[in-house]
Design a protein around this ligand. Structure first.
Ligand SMILES: Cc1cc2nc3c(=O)[nH]c(=O)nc-3n(C[C@H](O)[C@H](O)[C@H](O)COP(=O)(O)O)c2cc1C
Length: 179
């Protein structure tokens, strides 16, 4: 798939089919793509907790609301994504460099996660980024330290049906040019 196809064809998948188990090596490739994303001073504060076994997949499911459980049924992996706080957007003394504060860590994680889902799309895997999840439970399951912010859970699996792309705005609705 060429780059534009990957960008245009990636969709949030809410209908997975039962498929061969995802190999650890495949998720590693997605994480490697995530690591190629830019980050504040190359601080690379994104962290990934990967549930691959049936047992861990079931436990992550229990951290999702009913509609997201339904959306991600039959996913072959769940990737809990976090970022290390107080680094991206912070100086060496631990002071925020500007008003965005921890927002920069979240920004970096978002860039990394976009690379992750695009790489998955190129590998013919569907993904669903889920922001509605129980972070407290996830923290306990994966022993995620308080120094990290738990952000999105990404379901990875084989799509049963490829959904129609939700409508997007025209560029002119979101950008102003000053010439
Ligand atoms: C930060 C974030 C949180 C999201 N949370 C959820 C979620 O909890 N459940 C869900 O079904 N979709 C969730 N989505 C998916 C969006 O609804 C989806 O990306 C959007 O509707 C555009 O569709 P597309 O990804 O197919 O282009 C989330 C997406 C993002 C980026």
């Amino acid at each position: 798939m060429n780059f534009d196809d990957v960008i245009n064809q990636r969709r949030s998948i809410r209908n997975y089919k039962k498929a061969e188990p995802i190999e650890k090596k495949e998720i590693e490739q997605m994480i490697e793509a995530a690591l190629m994303a830019p980050s504040w001073k190359n601080s690379e504060t994104a962290r990934y907790y990967v549930a691959l076994s049936e047992q861990y997949i079931k436990t992550v499911m229990e951290c999702l609301p009913e509609f997201n459980q339904r959306n991600s049924l039959n996913a072959g992996a769940f990737v809990v994504t976090t970022f290390k706080k107080n680094i991206s957007g912070f100086d060496n003394e631990g002071n925020p460099v500007n008003e965005v504060g921890q927002g920069w860590g979240c920004y970096d994680l978002g860039l990394a996660n976009e690379n992750f889902v695009l790489k998955a799309a190129q590998m013919r895997y569907g993904t669903l980024i889920m922001g509605i999840r129980d972070s407290k439970k996830l923290r306990e399951i994966f022993s995620i330290p308080e120094s990290e912010e738990v952000v999105a859970v990404i379901a990875v699996g084989k799509a049963e049906v490829l959904p129609v792309a939700p409508k997007r705005r025209e560029w002119s609705a979101v950008a102003k040019f000053f010439e």
